[in-house]
Design a protein around this ligand. Structure first.
Ligand code: URA
Length: 240
């Protein structure tokens, strides 16, 4: 899309709009090799090479979306001052600076989205529009029907009552239960605290779905780019 040259320069982070006007008037700006000193000119930054003082301005960074199966034992942060392993250690060869959308505990495994699309990331974790997330929890003992009902209705935690959740017991393994729980909040250690509260602490926790994205046959440590269609679906979710 064509826009005034000074606006394009300002959007690229060259300087403020006013300072960019001064740069143009001072004869420092070239468009496709041609010196421009006219403030009225419009350009399409996707199609033209724009230089300031002989250097091309940075283009718009391509937005990317990565779905990672985080293994337990990795932090879902970009950097750890204590030098523990982070999700960044798992996505080699990605040039763009991406960051995780929301968090998974160090000891939780499962799906996490990484992107450089700040707008979409904010929308997906905004409390009023939090996407549904499904966790598979191996919990100690077998929750009673009453406990399952409480988890589903919402239970009181230190930071308030949880919103209604869907809870399904999948299997009993050696006296413990494998339970799928779908929530659409993202409070700190929420699932662990919920099960702790009803007396069935979590032994192992894995996020198996993030909105419409399912873990399927992915293996721990594996990642892939989202398809255009998946990105579209995520973008549509936030408009609801
Ligand atoms: N709930 C938890 O308790 N831990 C997570 O990592 C995510 C949700």
């Amino acid at each position: 899309m064509e826009e005034r040259l000074q606006k394009v320069l300002a959007h690229a982070g060259v300087a403020s709009r006013r300072s960019c006007e001064e740069l143009i008037l001072a004869g420092k700006v070239k468009v496709d090799g041609k010196l421009i000193t006219d403030l009225g000119i419009k350009v399409d930054p996707e199609k033209s090479v724009i230089e300031v003082a002989g250097k091309p301005i940075p283009g718009k960074e391509q937005l990317i979306y990565i779905l990672l199966y985080k293994p337990a034992g990795f932090l879902s942060t970009v950097h750890d001052p204590q030098k523990r392993r982070t999700v960044m250690d798992l996505i080699h060869g990605v040039r763009q600076r991406v960051y995780p959308v929301g968090r998974l505990d160090y000891d939780t495994s499962g799906l996490i989205l990484l992107t450089n699309d700040g707008e979409l990331a904010n929308d997906l974790i905004h409390p009023s529009r939090e996407v549904e997330k499904t966790y598979r929890a191996l919990v100690k003992g077998i929750p009673t029907g009453k406990c399952l009902g409480e988890l589903a209705k919402g239970i009181m935690l230190e930071d308030g009552k949880t919103a209604p959740a869907q809870v399904r017991v999948k299997k009993i393994i050696n006296g413990n239960a494998l339970v799928d729980i779908t929530i659409h909040e993202g409070r700190n250690r929420q699932v662990r605290r919920m099960f702790q509260r009803v007396g069935n602490p979590v032994i192992r926790l894995k996020r198996i779905a993030f909105g419409p994205l399912k873990i399927g046959r992915m293996k721990p440590g594996e990642w892939r780019y989202l398809t255009d269609r998946e990105v579209e679906i995520l973008k549509r979710l936030r408009k609801k």
